[in-house]
Every structure is written in structure tokens, then in C-alpha cells.
Design a protein around this ligand. Structure first.
Ligand code: ME8
Length: 533
């Protein structure tokens, strides 16, 4: 049994969430669920980044105080986590008093290490990135990420000696070639460092909406420093015993490339300064793009995940994002693409496979799965491929190749559909009853295996499938089963228990031949009714 601590970025609450936020949270959830299936000790953290210029400006624009604004918008972010079926163990807000206190003690440690000094800053700042820019880093005088004009800033600030960490960072990167994944992102982060590091301003004199610098209450801590520390502060006050020892250092910080520099350079240097171990890995997934451009709230070209999820459920949304976009690369998403994949893969391939298999067991064998194979089912032609699928999917999931693992599992869905055509059970029913028993056993065993392998990606579907297969004998309805997997009840599930542990199908079951004898199956409504328009 291992230990697995995964985080999403904490999202800015200057505006409501979009599909990019839902994507990172859903992907982190896939990894968290898989590691729970393995029996690992798992902690999954998400939350919101609530201080800083950008949030303050958003509040002012709405005529609200920053606190009123963040208290309102945070609900949308909690809702998005709930709606994508996230099984997060905690939801952190940087306005939590416990976080604020911890940030102060962390920054104090950096100060005590001699890494903080006062100096004056004069230069450019992009409020949308909450980042400083030099002229050379701009494109036509505009922020390369947001296309907006940076503002000139001049003030006395506290600086962190980032430059003093150049060598230690380089040494860390050399010793840990998988510190940042995928490889091209490692190279990108390494080249930032190799280009030479300058000290960074870590406080703001004019901003009010932030955490006070512990030794000088006239300044607030720079929002990125405040935000990065969340990954550690949460473990100090989230419910649970000894979380710091159990879970630090984080196994994976998950994010897109926009914030690689902060996580790959500034965060490790801050941790070194304050005397903490560094996270094991950063995993940088790609951007979801609408048309050709990265979606961003500042650019205003965003896709709202709520209507899709509300209409079709969390599982199809998770499935679509992880099928459509190769994990670690950029990919284009659209509502048409969602509908096309839903119909061709979820409705036609998986949905039909389940309904026709169960319908045949009901029709030909009165709903009781026949003992069609010898113990272990190794005389089935599907056995080798089934076991290879499980082994391969495990390797890919352990390696964070989430879309690769789903592709592997989907290959087995397709194999089972071909098997139905090859065996033609409707003919066997007339001519070869023993062969039919074997076919039906194989198909139900295939579905049982899929209920384990698909669980990280489409947890509600996997649990409903297990119920239909007769594997889950609890008395609750299918809807209750789905809810136990994290289906939205419209309520934020921050820090709520994440369903009964017994619901999680153990990865030990990801092997061919474990089908219990004499299961009674029950077909039901189509798992994925076709989208007509
Ligand atoms: O950067 N495609 O918050 P943020 C894929 N508060 N992922 C996307 C995306 C897209 N088009 N757009 C956003 C911040 N994301 C800081 C983080 S962490 C200590 C502080 C996801 O609200 C992706 O994970 O701008 C990206 O890194 C993150 O949202 C940025 O969220």
C-alpha cells in the first residue's frame, strides 16, 4: 500500500469557473479514485485562490467588498467540483483563517533564513496573471497569455532571494528527471532556471486584499506566495490525523502550462528556504481550446461546463474530456464533439454492450448468469486479452497517462462488442446451449472487469453497472448508488465524506476469472440514452 497526495491548482474567484477548471479537477479525481482502488492512502485537495489584485478588482467592479464577492463566487467552484463528481478530501479557501496563519509562519521562516530583504520594485505587472513582466516577455506590448496591457508599478516591497536558489534548483532538476512531467515541460522549466533567476517581490504595499506580512503589517503577501502555500497549509488543518506526516511531500501537483513557472521554480525555492521537502512531481496537462485559442476568463471565450453536466451527467463529461484530449497535450473541445462521442462511444459501444448482454441473460437464462466456464474462466478466448488490458491500464494510470489508460480500456469494450458478433448468441440459443452459456459468462465477466477498470473515469456508471450485474447487493436504488459515487446533489461537497468506502471496487478485482457464481442480473433503462439533436 502506498501513499498518494494529489492537488489541483486553487482557482481564482475573479469570475465563475469554466470547462478548463472542471477538466483539471476531473483528471485529478480519476487519479485519486484509481489510487483508492489500489488501496493507497489518498488525499485529494482542491480549492480557491481568493486574494490579490484581480479578485479585488472583480469585487470593486461588482460594487461588493472582496469578502462578499469571494463568499459568493466560491460556491460556484465548490459546485463545479461536486458536479464533475470530484471525491476531494478537502476544499481549501485562502481566506480560511488557518491558511492565513500558516502562510504567515511559512513566510516568517523564509525571513528567518535570511532570504527576504526590502527593496524597491519598478516595472510591469499583469493583474490577470498576477505576475511581473519584463518588456522582452511581452508580445506587442501585451501580456502573452491574456492579450491585455500590463500596468506600471512602483513601490517598496519585500523581495525573496530566488537567485540564491538557482544552483540548488538545477541540482534538483538534474537528480529528478521526472520532477516535471511530461518531458517537454521539464525542459521548459529547466530552461527558465538556466536563463538565470532574479529575486522576486513577495509583498505588495498598495494592495489591501491579502494576508499581512508578519513583520510589517503595512504590506500584504504577494498572492502567488499565499496561493502556493495552500498545498501544505491544508494538511495542517483539514480534518484527519497527522496529515502532514502522512501526505507531505505531495505526489502530484496537477495544472496546465500557464502556471508551470510558479510551481516549477518559485514553489520549490520557497520550500527549500522554509525547510520543507519538495513535491515529487508536477504534472502539466494541456489546454482545452475552443476553436484555436486557449480559453480564459480574461479573454472571455470560455465554455461553461454546467449545462452539459446538468443535461448529461458528470460521467459523460469526464469521459469526453479524457477521450478527446490526449493527457499532457492541448486539444480542441466543442459541444458538437461532445455529442458525437457520447453517441458513438457511450451510447452505441458501452451502453449497447451492457443492455444487450443483460437482455440476453434475462431472455435465455432467466436473469441468472450460467456457469459457462471452468473455474477461473481460463478456457475463455477473452482471458489473455482481458488480463493484458488490466495490466496495461494499471501501468498507464500509475504513470498518469490517463487518456492512454482509457484508450486501453476502451479497446476491451470494443473487443467485447466484436465477441458478441463473432459468437452470435442468438444463433447459439437455438443450436448450441453449452456454447451460449460460455458466451454469456464471458460477456458478464467482461462487464465485471470493465466495472473495475472504468471506475476511475466514470464512477457512477461503474457502480450502476455493478448493481445491474448483481455485484452490489445493497438495497439502495440506482440513483442512490450513483450518488454515493459523488453525483451532484446540488450541494457543495467540500470536506464531506466521499461515499461509503465499500463502494470502491478494489483493483485486486481487475483480473479475469473472478466472477461469483450464480449472479442475478437486472437490465434497466439505457445507461446513455442517445442524444437526438
Ligand atoms: O492560475 N484548459 O488560477 P486559474 C485546461 N489561482 N485547463 C485550464 C484551462 C484551459 N483552457 N484554463 C484553466 C490560477 N485551466 C491560480 C493558481 S495554484 C497555487 C494558484 C486550469 O483560475 C488549469 O489547471 O487561472 C490551469 O493551470 C488553472 O485552471 C488556472 O486556474
Amino acid at each position: 500500500m502506498g501513499r498518494f497526495y494529489i492537488t489541483t491548482p486553487i482557482y481564482y474567484v475573479n469570475d465563475v469557473p469554466h470547462i478548463g477548471h472542471a477538466y483539471t479537477t476531473a483528471a485529478a479525481d480519476v487519479a485519486a479514485r484509481f489510487h483508492r482502488q489500489l488501496g493507497d492512502d489518498v488525499f485529494f485537495l482542491t480549492g480557491t485562490d481568493e486574494h490579490g489584485t484581480k479578485v479585488e478588482q472583480a469585487a470593486v467592479a461588482r460594487g461588493l467588498s472582496p469578502k462578499e464577492h469571494v463568499d459568493e463566487v466560491v460556491e460556484k467552484f465548490k459546485e463545479v467540483a461536486a458536479k464533475v463528481g470530484a471525491s476531494n478530501d478537502f476544499f481549501i479557501r485562502t481566506t480560511d483563517p488557518e491558511h492565513e496563519q500558516f502562510v504567515q509562519s511559512f513566510v516568517q521562516r523564509c525571513y528567518d533564513s535570511g532570504d527576504v530583504y526590502k527593496s524597491s520594485y519598478s516595472g510591469l505587472y499583469c493583474p490577470a496573471c498576477e505576475a511581473y513582466y519584463t518588456e522582452e516577455n511581452l508580445v506587442d506590448g501585451l501580456c502573452p497569455d491574456h492579450g491585455t496591457a500590463p500596468v506600471h508599478m512602483e513601490e517598496e516591497n519585500y523581495f525573496f532571494r530566488l537567485s540564491a536558489y538557482e544552483e540548488r534548483l538545477l541540482a534538483h532538476y538534474r537528480r529528478h528527471p521526472d520532477f516535471v512531467r511530461p518531458r517537454h515541460r521539464y525542459n521548459e522549466a529547466l530552461s527558465f532556471i538556466e536563463q538565470g533567476l532574479e529575486d522576486i517581490s513577495i509583498s505588495r504595499a498598495t494592495l489591501k486584499w491579502g494576508i499581512a506580512v508578519p513583520w510589517d503589517a503595512s504590506q500584504v503577501i504577494y498572492v502567488w506566495v499565499d496561493a502556493l502555500i495552500n498545498y501544505l497549509s491544508a494538511l495542517h488543518y483539514a480534518p484527519g490525523e497527522d496529515l502532514v506526516h502522512r501526505f507531505w511531500p505531495a505526489t502530484y501537483h496537477l495544472m496546465a502550462q500557464d502556471i508551470l513557472k510558479f510551481h516549477g521554480v518559485i514553489w520549490p525555492a520557497l520550500l527549500m528556504s522554509a525547510g520543507y521537502a519538495l513535491p515529487e512531481h508536477l504534472f502539466i496537462h494541456g489546454y482545452l481550446k475552443l476553436g484555436g485559442e486557449k480559453m480564459s476568463k480574461t479573454r472571455g471565450n470560455v465554455m461553461d461546463p454546467f449545462p452539459l453536466i446538468e443535461r448529461y451527467g458528470a460521467d459523460p463529461f469526464r469521459f469526453y474530456c479524457l477521450r478527446e484530449v490526449s493527457f499532457g497535450q492541448d486539444g480542441v473541445v466543442s459541444e458538437e464533439g461532445f455529442k458525437a462521442r457520447y453517441n458513438s462511444e457511450l451510447a452505441n459501444e458501452l451502453g449497447n454492450l451492457v443492455s444487450r448482454t443483460l437482455a440476453m441473460v434475462e431472455r435465455y437464462r432467466e436473469g441468472i448468469v450460467p456457469a459457462g466456464r471452468s473455474a477461473g474462466g481460463m478456457d475463455s478466448p477473452l482471458a489473455p486479452e482481458a488480463d493484458q488490458t488490466a495490466v496495461r491500464a494499471q501501468e498507464q494510470l500509475e504513470d498518469m497517462d490517463l487518456s492512454g489508460a482509457l484508450e486501453t480500456v476502451w479497446g476491451f469494450v470494443r473487443r467485447l462488442n466484436r465477441y458478441v458478433e463473432e459468437q452470435a448468441p442468438w444463433k447459439q440459443a437455438k443450436e448450441a446451449p453449452r456454447a451460449l452459456d460460455a458466451t454469456l459468462w464471458d460477456l458478464v465477466e467482461g462487464l465485471r472487469l470493465l466495472s473495475v477498470l472504468l471506475y476511475p473515469f466514470v464512477p457512477q456508471t461503474a457502480l450502476v453497472l455493478r448493481k445491474r450485474l448483481g455485484l452490489d447487493r445493497s438495497t439502495g436504488s440506482e440513483q442512490e448508488t450513483a450518488q454515493a459515487a459523488g453525483e451532484s446533489t446540488g450541494m457543495p461537497r467540500a470536506a464531506e465524506p466521499r461515499g461509503r468506502e465499500g463502494d470502491v471496487p478494489s483493483w485486486q478485482e481487475a483480473r479475469w476469472g473472478l466472477l461469483p457464481e450464480g449472479l442475478r442480473v437486472a437490465n434497466g433503462k439505457p445507461l446513455f440514452p442517445r442524444i437526438q439533436e
